[in-house]
Design a protein around this ligand. Structure first.
Ligand code: HSE
Length: 413
């Protein structure tokens, strides 16, 4: 067991401030914050200004500090801090999903070369211990999907919209409660969920993907009519991050979904997150908890710090296995709505079934190739609201759905 963890903390915002309190209140850890570096000397904070420094070298050049906890909201500055800390032989704990999703393989290499740990449980689904479970518990061969609500802000907004609260008011509430990113576009456009999904895919399936490869669409194009449509059908709209194995390929994307009451996501409200893990023998397991906010996120940071006492590091045992690859070539059933019915007619459906038209609102449903849909949305930005319909995804060359694929795998073991 490591005798002493001397922490250098970067950032004293929602999560940094939370960590300070949580660490003070938890008597268990042999860990102390030696220095805190923040950016803005003028900002009013909950503890006396004498606790803060403003120069990153205070931490990075202090040889007594063996753990850097990075909780700032600028991912480029965080990259400089984290790479420098790793090179100087300091363990790093971070909650910065954008940083990790954009530089994961490089950071893993750096942490290995310098024989230190890089831990980031808090970066995915706040308080929920999902990365360590995917890393340690689930076997790659039997895991078939990981999906869920991993962004508290958008879930909070969707929950409020079900209660009739206006979108902009709900965004303001999520910001005031400390759930939203400094730039809430990252939350509502699905980027934050995508960064988290990239980390889930790495730890679930051992595959490295990039933010460019994984497509996301968020909740900003949803309109009141879509919410009403869902409610009338007994469904709810949830922003899901979803990764699934189809044969020997893995697909992953972020999009609003219609969710029925028998799905775990249906009852997940406000800033709560839930991640469902489907595996061949264990079937569905659901991890549920607070996905954003000061103490819940700080609790995951605390857990990583605690794990350092036992020299914990991610092994990435599933990585380096070439039998799986990432693709966006699959078929998915969608609902698309627009105030302009002509926008709906340009969607490259493989098979379409319903079409509803009224003076100010039209919708259609049908199957599309996800890859073609993605190209279509990129090349002709429109007011289209796209929601995924609850049907199993299909491989592009086959009509076998995911369940059938799993049965095939099962039959052949
Ligand atoms: N903005 C993020 C969310 C914070 O709402 O989930 C937690 O990662």
């Amino acid at each position: 067991m490591r005798t002493n963890l001397n922490i250098g903390l970067f950032g004293f915002g929602v999560v940094g401030g939370g960590l300070y309190e949580v660490l003070n209140r938890s008597k268990l850890l042999n860990a102390t914050i030696k220095s805190i570096v923040v950016k803005d000397p003028l900002k009013k904070r909950s503890i006396d200004s004498s606790h803060f420094s403003f120069d990153k070298r205070t931490i990075l050049e202090d040889d007594e500090i063996n753990v850097v906890v990075e909780l700032i909201n600028d991912s480029e500055a965080a990259y400089e801090i984290v790479t420098e800390a790793l090179k100087r032989g300091k363990h790093v704990v971070t909650a910065n999903k954008k940083l990790i999703a954009e530089h994961l393989d490089e950071l893993i290499k750096l942490s290995r070369e310098n024989n230190v740990s890089l831990l980031y449980e808090a970066s995915v689904a706040g308080s929920i211990p999902i990365l360590r479970n995917l890393e340690e518990y689930y076997n790659n061969d039997t895991l078939s999907s990981v999906q869920g609500i991993v962004n508290g802000t958008s879930n909070y907004i969707l929950t409020q919209s079900n209660k009739g609260i206006a979108y902009q008011d709900a965004v303001k509430q999520a910001q005031a409660l400390g759930f939203a990113e400094a730039d809430p576009t990252l939350d509502v456009e699905g980027f934050d969920s995508k960064f988290k999904l990239i980390l889930l895919i790495k730890h679930a399936f051992g595959i490295s993907t990039t933010p460019e490869e994984v497509f996301n669409f968020g909740i900003t194009k949803l309109r009141e009519r879509d919410v009403r449509f869902a409610l009338e059908k007994g469904l709810r709209i949830k922003l899901l991050a979803r990764a699934e194995k189809i044969g020997d390929q893995v697909v992953g994307f972020v999009a609003p979904h219609f969710v029925s009451p028998d799905q775990p996501a249906y009852g997940v409200n406000n800033e709560f997150n839930a991640v469902s893990v489907n595996a061949l023998f264990s079937d569905r397991q659901v991890f549920y908890g607070k996905g954003a906010g000061s103490y819940p996120t700080a609790s995951a940071v605390l857990s990583d710090i605690s794990a350092l006492q036992f020299d914990y590091h991610y092994e990435y045992r599933k990585s380096g296995n070439d039998s799986l690859s990432f693709t966006d070539e699959f078929k998915v059933k969608i609902y698309a709505s627009s105030s302009n019915e002509n926008s709906l007619k340009t969607i490259p459906f493989v098979e379409s079934d319903e079409f509803y038209r009224s003076a100010d609102f039209s919708y259609t449903t049908g199957w599309v190739s996800f890859h073609e849909l993605r190209q279509h949305l990129k090349s002709s930005p429109s007011d289209l609201s796209i929601i995924i319909v609850e049907e199993p995804l299909k491989g592009i060359d086959t009509n076998l759905d995911r369940i059938e694929e799993n049965k095939t795998t099962f039959a052949s073991v």
